[in-house]
Structure formats: structure tokens, C-alpha cells
Ligand binder design. Sequence first.
Ligand SMILES: Nc1ncnc2c1ncn2[C@@H]1O[C@H](COP(=O)(O)OP(=O)(O)OP(=O)(O)O)[C@@H](O)[C@H]1O
Length: 314
Amino acid sequence: MPANNENLNNENLNVPGDHIQQPARSRALQTTSTEAGGPAGRTLPDDETLLRVRGLKKVYHTDGGDIEAVRNLTFDLGRNELVCLVGPSGSGKTTLLKCIAGLLAPTEGEVVLAGKKITAPPKKMAVVFQEYGRSLFPWLRVADNVELPLKNAGVPKAERTRLVNEALEAVGLAHVPKSYPWQLSGGMQQRVAIARAVAYQPEVLLMDEPFAAVDAQTRADLEDLVRRIWKQLGMTVLFVTHDIDESVYLGQRVIILSSSPTVVQEDLVIDLPAERDQLETRADPRFTELRHHVYEQIQLAKKGHRPDAEKVNR
Ligand SMILES: Nc1ncnc2c1ncn2[C@@H]1O[C@H](COP(=O)(O)OP(=O)(O)OP(=O)(O)O)[C@@H](O)[C@H]1O
């Protein structure tokens, strides 16, 4: 079970043990931030990069005036990387994901997938949202829900059957292909949504707070499921979460967004061993250091600290 979940929406949250003096850091944290002089997000050489986000800005034009949701985001995702994204409520996480998914046009800047600028939903990308209840079709059986995007993509029947069976196997639902979503628990429904995304064999899997609505034990199981599938299938995963522990447990990197209008506050390497375990990893002193650091950064962001403060005030 995830210990010490931290919901960033809760203004009164405390890190248990915060009053205890923290041990000296065992080794330096690997971060990229504007304060270090470079672009806030980590950028990679061309041959290692799958997804590039460059100078991304999004302004919503509403009857009540303009809302600058995202000011300037720059970072790269490498092939087969699992990167988590955290930030205060309203910092533009969903907006960013929608721009990456080609569902929203950026006001400035661009998102580039495998060298091609994204202007519409790319074929090799899948998204899993929090609201699995709304994303599954209640009148379709589990296997038919998973099969639908493959049908729409024109994948031949035999191939579809193989992909659906493999995906249901991978998420531990091979025994319920004929059930309807409403006959399953919340955690199982979210597994169906993950299976549907996985069967599609995306190069990039975007996940927007996918476990926010499930209980803690199910959440821990689903976290391990994501890491297992990510390793098995070799996708690039961008995982948005409100939960600091979850971001550190899952990610190879954690990108921390500032408060709105949003820039990358910090891009932190999670240098925990590749084999993660709910009990052992979370008991690792390095895990505590990393989560403490992410928590501090989020608190700074919530208090309005901005890495681009001089530019903002100018
Ligand atoms: N369709 C829209 N029209 C106008 N403003 C919007 C729209 N969608 C989002 N916003 C505004 O953009 C800002 C960022 O919203 P967004 O949902 O991307 O943030 P978030 O970080 O995902 O939030 P949360 O953590 O609460 O889910 C907010 O001020 C929000 O009110």
C-alpha cells in the first residue's frame, strides 16, 4: 500500500516525519532547472529523443478573458522512458497532455513526435484518463472495448484477437473477456482502459491521473502493472499524478511544474534501482530523500515561487 500519499490539492498536508531532521543527502540530486542556467526541462540528443516539447504555450480565449494555462514548457522524452509529471492543481497538466495528444493546438511552440510536428492525434499514441467509467462503452463487453480502436484502425481480425488476448493477459483480465464494464470493480475497469491502450501498441502512452479514483491497495497493484507493461512493451510513458510518492515510485524522471502560468520548475532524475518493490523501494532512504525534495518543490510552487521570476516581474 502506498505509504504517506500526498494529495497536492490539500493545503494542510504535512509530510510525516517533516519535523524530524533529515539525514544528510547520500548523493547529489540530478536536476535540470532554469536556476541552473539551462532550459528547465531535460533535453536529449536527437537520436535518443522520441517526443520533443518546445516553448509550449497555451492560452484559452474565453468570454471572461484570456487564461494563460501554460506559459513556456520545454523538455524531451527519450525512447522507452517512464516520466512522471507533477504540479499544483490548475498548473496545466491536462492542458499539456491534450497538446501532446494533438487534441489541442498550442498557442505558441510545438510538440514533435519522432521528428514530426503533432497537429492532430498521432496514430502511435494512446491516452488513459482518470474517468475510466466514462471512457469505456458500457454496452460493449470487455474484449470488445479493447478491440474497438484496433477495429477503427483497420487491423485484421486475427491480429486483433491476438492483440486483445495479449493485452488482457498482461493486465490480469484474461478471465473476464465477456463481462461488461459495469460488472467489474473500479480497479478492473481501469485495467480494461489500460489494456485497450496497450493493445493499440502505442509508442507513447499518456496517462492523466489514471489511478485517482481507485482504492490504495488497487492503486499499488496498478502502479506495478504500469511498470511491468512499460518494461515488457518498451513504450515511452508520460504519467500525470497528484501523488508525490507515486511519481517517485514510478518514474525514471519527475518533471515538476510551477504554478500557473506554467513553466518547468524542475526536472529530477529518480536514481532508484530499476527493480521497484512497494515495500522495499518505499523504505529506501533515497526514496525518502527524493520524495522530500519533490514535496519541497511543490510547496515552493504553491507559494508562487517561479524559476522564471525575474522574467515574470520584468
Ligand atoms: N477549456 C478550457 N477553457 C478555459 N480555461 C481552461 C480550459 N481548460 C483548462 N482551463 C484553465 O487552464 C488552467 C489549467 O488547467 P488544467 O486542467 O490543464 O490544469 P491541471 O494541472 O490539469 O489541473 P488539476 O491538477 O486540477 O487537474 C486552469 O486555470 C483552468 O481553469
